[in-house]
Design a binder for this molecule. Structure first.
Ligand code: SF4
Ligand code: ZN
Length: 360
């Protein structure tokens, strides 16, 4: 497919320009308040060193907006090194005195894929967390093809009754957008099957298993009005499928991606912050499952934008409203400009096939 060739070619150039990271450089951690299944609670985020997402390293070239693989080692890492880095990051925070904490383990790809995170390392990490009485939730990310009963059986044999959430980058319930504009390589049916399996395991085996969907705001060749409608529809579809939580992720321009190439040519802009607010407010009014709005890159040159006056205020407000799940109420002069773009958005939408856009 043309989009795959483009992703692959852009990815290869990015690899040529940038040295892969060492496992120590990949590992990272931070600690803050977040919305857990049990209300607002301290959450520890740890980025585990991995070779990178198999989807991005393979023939597909990966997704059009994602640069995670540029921050990985590109080569397998032995379990001992992964565990050393994990334990080092775990020991950096004073978490012992908290009653309850949630731990989010990021693998810059799929935590459940044994190629990206060896089973030995996975099990040792989970055993360490299972031995900590105050760890009540463990959250990971995975593509749907790695959501397998055998992996989940192994995981629950270690973590017992703790809550385990698998977050999947569905991005949109529209197959055309996901396959052709995001190059995600899996269908809505694949996602549904993964969610269904998790629900069955919850019912049959009593696993405390939850699912989360990431919803991507503004893929390439999509207008503001289209992305608003599609993100809201995706949230409704997720609720109907029985997904437990949503995370709305607006586009930010990362290096070495197709989105960056189009942006440099003036053929792409990240979404307005107003569009993101319209999406999250509508979801919070019309969909009953919790939904978070990611604010990464907000107000920066490469991220979602409004105007200099309101970017910062809104970012703080969104973070606060994520914790309370409340509607964001705010006004600014720039709102009329956004509304005009939403109304005339089809004028900005390109119908040109990707291969005909001048990319060089
Ligand atoms: S978005 Fe997920 S599946 Fe796509 S390339 Fe990035 S890590 Fe891989
Ligand atoms: Zn403004």
């Amino acid at each position: 497919m043309e989009i795959e060739n483009l992703c692959k070619e852009i990815r290869s150039r990015a690899f040529e320009r940038k040295e892969p990271k060492t496992p120590e450089q990949v590992g990272a951690s931070w600690y803050n308040d977040d919305l857990t299944y049990d209300g607002v609670s301290k959450t520890l985020f740890i980025i585990l060193p991995t070779p990178g997402c198999s989807w991005a390293l393979g023939d597909s070239g990966g997704c059009t907006m994602c640069s995670y693989v540029s921050d990985c080692t590109l080569e397998p890492i032995d379990s001992e090194t992964i565990l050393k880095i994990f334990n080092d990051h775990l020991s950096r925070f004073d978490i012992e005195n908290e009653d309850k904490i949630s731990v989010k383990l990021f693998a810059s790809g799929s935590f459940l894929n044994p190629y990206e995170l060896p089973i030995e390392a996975r099990d040792e990490i989970l055993t360490t967390l299972a031995n900590m009485d105050n760890v009540s939730e463990i959250i990971v990310e995975s593509r749907p093809e790695y959501v397998k009963e055998e992996y989940l059986d192994d995981i629950f044999s270690i973590i017992g009754e703790r809550l385990f959430e698998v977050s999947i980058g569905l991005e949109t319930s529209n197959d055309y957008t996901r396959l052709n504009k995001i190059n995600k390589g899996f269908t809505l049916k694949d996602f549904k099957d993964a969610v269904k399996l998790m629900q069955e395991l919850r019912d049959k085996k009593g696993y405390n298993l939850k699912s989360k969907a990431y919803i991507f705001v503004k893929p390439i060749l999509t207008s503001e009005s289209q992305t608003i409608a599609e993100a809201i529809q995706t949230a409704k579809d997720c609720e109907a499928m029985g997904v437990d939580r949503l995370s709305v992720c607006p586009a930010t321009i990362h290096g070495g991606t197709v989105i960056e190439r189009l942006w440099r040519k003036g053929a792409y802009q990240p979404p307005w912050i107003w569009s993101c607010i319209e999406i999250i407010n509508t979801i919070r009014s019309e969909v009953s499952i919790p939904a978070l709005l990611d604010t990464s890159g907000f107000g920066s040159r490469r991220g979602p934008y409004n105007c200099k006056k309101c970017n910062k205020d809104l970012k703080h407000m969104i973070i606060d409203c994520n914790l309370t799940q409340s509607i964001i109420e705010y006004d600014c002069e720039c709102k009329s400009e956004w509304l005009a773009e939403v109304k005339n958005a089809d004028m900005n939408q390109s119908k040109t096939k990707i291969k005909h856009i001048p990319l060089y």
